[in-house]
Ligand binder design. Sequence first.
Ligand code: AMP
Ligand code: GLY
Length: 457
Amino acid sequence: MEYSQQVDCGLRPGAVLVLRGKTMNVLVIGSGAREHALCWKLRQSKRVRGLFCAPGNPGTSGLAKNVQIPVDDIEGLVAFAQERQIDLTIVGPELPLSLGVVDAFQARGLKIFGPSRAAAQLESSKAFAKEIMGAAKVRTARAEIFTDRRATEAYVAAQPLPLVMKADGLASGKGVVVCHSKEEVAEGLRHLFAVIKTDRVIVEEFLHGREASFIVATDGTRVVPLAASHDYKRLLDANQGPNTGGMGSVSPTPVLDEGMQEKALQDVIAPVLSEMRKRGTKFQGFLYAGLMVSPAGKISVLEFNARLGDPETQVIMRRMKGDLCDLLAALADPSGSAPLPLITWSEEAAVCVVLASAGYPESPVAGDEITGLELVEMVPGAIVFHAGTEIAGKSQSSRANVRQGSGEVTGQVVTNGGRVLSVTAVGGSVSSAAAQAYKVCDIIQFKGRQLRRDIGR
Ligand code: AMP
Ligand code: GLY
């Protein structure tokens, strides 16, 4: 099927370019609010014919067809993409990347946006990321790597505090301990070696400053920066409590203005991509740099992720103007020269507040009824993206017909995971967007609901 679309070519006012191309079947892999936000944005593309989400959630079901294939069933995903003639696959979470989903798709000639298993090591191995940064001369915290608990203990005992210890490998946000006291060091060592049982620990100097998330979409050479944002990793207000996957996000962020973004592109993204190319592990996909900006304006890398952030994606998608499908299809094209569409960013600010279940992050409670979703539409600028939700048995009496992120959800929605919903809103400023988001947070209720009250405030 053909489509055509007029885009502002940006050369002079009113001048347009007519793009023609084939419509596409698109598959999104994942089941969080990040993937719901991607589906919401992709649905706005004229280019998208069929939209599928594996495995998706009740929110994505209103926009895409949910396909019950788990994210780690690589062969199942490949078989589905072949059978349904998927033209482009977009990978959300890190797990399938580290299992080689991109290699498996590309080996079958299927177009997929994401890094190969080797390139995804930028996230899956902190030791690998340090090695690349060393070779590319990218500023990052000084670090030593250990495989033995006793050697780690001896080393940290001689280091100034605070310091940071990290498990090598993927640990779902549980692999980093920031230690301000000897007691925290002892507890951190126990956590890393005895609880999550990592075989390699990285001990890092503590960096001072403000954090920001800078994510780019790249084919390994060409780079399209996404709007900068920052997230809120701790569970409680004023950055107290345990680390989580992220309790909220805002974009734009004062931490990275345009000048600093340019600096991040030149000092971090470009040299890392160049080093990856040099090693024969070109990085194609979303590259997420978690940055620390010192009071003097120096940028250091805290971590790389080989994917979009969650909840950063929710605010980025709310501000993105331009065709996401066109962008990713062009960057995933093996030719490396498909024309890139114009992507711009709304002047509006976007805020995301995560509603988490009771017990999160240690032991999230599931099965609690969520009320108020049908009222979200009444708050201007607000959209709620689903993550840990499910539809309770269809026989239940209290059923709701709820529009979610422009899609329809039928049935009683209940909690089914740690981060349950991402409440987003846009507004003329971060604080007005936050005010709208918090109006929605007060409408949506479930037992033991946890949220931070200081996002964007
Ligand atoms: P990571 O997963 O490596 O980004 O670490 C999770 C969080 O721990 C970061 O968002 C920071 O808040 C904190 N962190 C990690 N490394 C450092 C460091 N070297 N100095 C200060 N804080 C850090
Ligand atoms: N929000 C941090 C992450 O996605 O890793």
